[in-house]
Design a protein around this ligand. Structure first.
Ligand code: NZQ
Ligand code: ZN
Length: 387
């Protein structure tokens, strides 16, 4: 097991009706907030009204910035920074999913910084402080409600890049599974795929002596595998929604990576797809993860056999570890297909004419991955296998 430090200070407020507490939660920090949200799902569901009522009840004033889109854009972040400075806002409330939260975090790190916020995303600058951010989560997926990262897309050039720092974890995350009842099936499935990817990025490691976290990873994956079909069949199944929502946070709050060296190549590769083709992150991951697995599994066949046997219940074919490993990957692909996700780039509408460009862009801050370090040629191979 590797040495590690672990601290996740985000306070989780979980369960039915918890969104009504948001005003009280914020009052401990601020009297004037930026209310940041997406394209309207919170108005349709009634959540917007509940949040406004709670803020007003706690004597918290707010200014609104709606319009966050999936793969959140830098231009809106910059507008948010201008508004916060002009209005002397000192707290940002994100009501939505990973895109809204990431946009809120970007605004939060941009306000106190004198340079261009994009410098954090190109590694030209290091994040040292962030305005406090609070979250009302509406989709279990990105894990941004307690993660230390933010992923933003710069429209010019189609660059989707991440920034991270410990100070970027939200102060609190309000998580009511009922708020996820309105998710369209495709978004539910994309969320499941992202949660699984966050676990698998940590699972495939060369670190030894990590049986405890191996088992935590496996049970988190099995929770998603079991409950996703349940909520697709019965969208208002509270318990199944709750299992997914909590697993989604645990998958990316860094607990499962303790003592391990995580990979993250597939996430970096997916960001190139989303940056150029604006595909949903979870859909891109469903296409790319099995391709990455096929590309790297020879590196440690035993780990892929363990994945197949313990997560997917594949019978271990001791005469052919490769066959066992491949069956695990095949079952992963079949699961994605069963929950309605694309499993090839073709299905995502991505042709092969920009593989080289995306592969070069993917390594512009250095080669990616730790299980196997991939250069541009390696990344291109993964794209080719995902065709
Ligand atoms: O904008 P609205 O109208 O709210 O619609 C959203 C959006 O269209 C809709 N939605 C959300 N909750 C809903 C709902 N519709 C009905 N009912 C609800 N309860 O779902 C759509 C997708 O929302 P989005 O926020 O984009 O989803 P997600 O949480 O999957 O976030 C994806 C973003 O997070 C980044 C991804 O790259 C992507 O940009 N990630 C952030 C990470 C982090 N900060 O730690 C880690 C992840 O790996 C990921 O990269
Ligand atoms: Zn992700």
């Amino acid at each position: 097991m590797e040495n590690f430090e672990f601290q996740n200070p985000t306070r989780i407020v979980f369960g039915r009706g918890t969104e009504t507490r948001v005003g009280k939660e914020i009052a401990a920090y601020s009297r004037k907030v930026l209310l940041h949200y997406g394209s309207g799902s919170i108005k349709k569901s009634g959540l917007y009204d509940a949040v406004c009522k709670s803020l007003a009840g706690a004597g918290v004033k707010w200014i609104e910035l709606p319009g966050v889109v999936p793969n959140p854009r830098l231009s809106l972040v910059q507008e948010g920074i201008r508004i916060c400075r002009k209005e002397k806002i000192d707290f940002i409330l994100a009501v939505g999913g990973g895109s809204v939260i990431d946009s809120a975090k970007a605004i939060g790190i941009g306000v106190p910084y004198t340079g261009d916020v994009w410098e954090f995303y190109t590694r030209k600058a290091t994040v040292r402080e962030m305005l406090p951010v609070g979250v009302v989560l509406t989709i279990p997926a990105a894990g941004s409600e307690s993660s230390n990262g933010s992923v933003i897309t710069k429209e010019e050039g189609g660059y989707k890049r991440d920034a991270g720092a410990e100070c970027m974890r939200p102060k609190f995350a309000i998580m009511n599974p009922e708020l996820t009842f309105t998710l369209p099936p495709y978004q539910t499935a994309c969320g499941a795929s992202d949660i699984m990817a966050h676990v698998m990025e940590r699972y495939f490691t060369h670190a030894s002596g990590v049986d405890f976290t191996d088992r935590l990873c496996e049970v988190t994956l099995k929770t998603i595998i079991h409950n996703t079909p349940v909520v697709l069949e019965t969208p208002r199944d509270y318990d199944a929604r709750a299992e997914i929502m909590w697993a989604g946070t645990i998958a990316h709050n860094d607990l499962l990576g303790t003592g391990r060296i995580s990979d993250w190549a597939t996430h970096q590769i997916e960001h190139e797809l989303s940056g150029i083709y604006d595909v949903a992150h979870g859909a891109g991951l469903a296409v790319l993860f099995p391709a990455w697995m096929r590309h790297v599994c020879a590196e440690d066949m035993r780990r892929f056999v363990q994945f197949a046997v313990r997560v997917w219940g594949v019978e271990n074919d001791f005469a052919s570890p490769e066959r066992t490993a491949m069956e695990g990957i095949r079952r992963l692909v079949s699961f994605y297909r069963d929950i309605g996700l694309p499993t090839t780039l073709k299905e995502l509408g991505v042709k092969d004419d920009r593989f080289e460009e995306m592969s070069k862009k993917c390594v512009d801050r250095g080669n990616v991955g730790n299980f196997v370090r991939l250069d541009a040629a390696g990344v291109q191979k993964v794209f080719a296998l995902a065709r």
